[in-house]
Write a protein that binds this ligand. Structure first.
Ligand SMILES: [Zn+2]
Length: 346
């Protein structure tokens, strides 16, 4: 499997409120996030003097984002109108400020995939704040302590603190209907595994991919199993999506991701991401080959560096994702299904 290693572009990331033109009329912006992953990338596509800017992603719904937007609108966006907002997926660092931003801009159209829009609306309606004992039972069954269970369930409340609503109507992005932004034709590609139907936009003519979180240059997008779909196999969905991308998007494409640096040599990165999950599966199978383990027992073996509660909840959900994947592949099985479930390699 010889191929070129992915190449991260050595560009200075723009400060919050500033922008860097990464292709003609395509601006890269970066706002801060109060997490270990401390920033998110946002983009603006020039649609011409009359139309204004199409924005791609809104950022986290917190004060610091609003200040960065004000600076960007008055600065690099030159006070021009915004034609529309496209949001890639329902995670709060991408959709969070959307409600605020659309109100601030006089309600230009919102474009999302139908699934991401509905999922965001569900989350914003408190979908994950449920007191249903089924949720607590799910985490307890996988060995989480009472405290860890509380933190995992708190995630739904945290979501609500970082979002600002969405309008009651939106424009669904469709696979077969190109989105024309300022004369450039973008085709919708859907990324699964990290989010249910993440929107990526591909301009084949110019070799540009707005990749959101599906392809990141250094870190691997989080793949999680949640209480709502306890036996889901998002690792399989993610791997399928990487395969699709390889078929749909040429290697020599400028990839503009939701975090970290823009990159080229996409196919090398797709292979790296797939290899990462395969390597994870090997390690999980090894640990669970020695003795049956619960997900809570497995998590610190996989993630050995100290984690804050936020990262810990991601780690737990990702460890479970790999176990579910191996169970689905028939390489592991839940051998104990008592109060705490334990899985073993078969
Ligand atoms: Zn993100």
């Amino acid at each position: 499997m010889s191929r070129d290693a992915p190449h991260l572009l050595d560009l200075p990331p723009p400060a919050p409120g500033e922008a860097l033109e990464v292709a003609p009329g395509l601006l890269w912006m970066r706002f801060r996030l109060p997490f270990a992953l401390n920033h998110v990338n946002l983009y603006a596509v020039d649609e011409g003097e009359a139309e204004g800017w199409a924005l791609f992603d809104a950022g986290l719904g917190v004060e610091e984002t609003y200040a960065a937007w004000e600076a960007a609108l008055a600065g690099p966006l030159r006070g021009r109108r915004v034609s529309r907002l496209i949001v890639s997926h329902f995670h709060p660092d991408h959709v969070g400020a959307a409600g605020w931003l659309l109100r601030r801009l006089g309600n230009p159209p919102l474009h999302m995939t139908e699934t991401e829009y509905l999922f965001a609306r569900y989350m914003m309606a408190g979908g994950e704040t449920t007191e249903d004992p089924l949720y607590a039972g799910f985490y307890r069954r996988h060995g989480a302590t009472q405290e860890e269970t509380r933190i995992l369930i708190e995630r739904g409340h945290n979501y609500l603190r970082r979002v600002t609503g969405l309008p009651a109507a939106f424009h669904p992005l469709e696979r077969k209907v190109p989105l024309v932004l300022g004369g450039r034709s973008f085709r919708l590609l859907i990324g699964t595994g990290h989010a249910p139907a993440q929107a990526m936009l591909h301009c084949a003519e110019e070799g540009i991919l707005l990749a959101a979180d599906q392809v990141l240059g250094r870190i691997t997008p989080n793949i999680s199993v949640h209480a709502m779909e306890p036996e889901a196999d998002p690792v399989a969905r993610f791997l399928e999506s990487l395969e699709d991308l390889r078929g749909e998007v040429p290697d020599e494409t400028l990839v503009l991701p939701g975090h970290e640096q823009p990159l080229t040599r996409l196919h090398g990165r797709l292979e790296d991401l797939a290899a990462h999950h395969e390597a994870r599966c090997v390690v999980v199978r090894e640990f669970c080959g020695r003795e049956p383990l619960s997900v809570a027992e497995l998590t610190p073996l996989l993630f050995t560096r100290p984690l804050d509660p936020h990262q810990k909840s991601f780690a737990f959900a990702e460890a479970l994702a790999h176990v579910n994947h191996l169970v689905a592949r028939g390489e592991m099985a839940w051998v104990e299904k008592g109060e705490v479930w334990k899985a073993k390699a078969v």
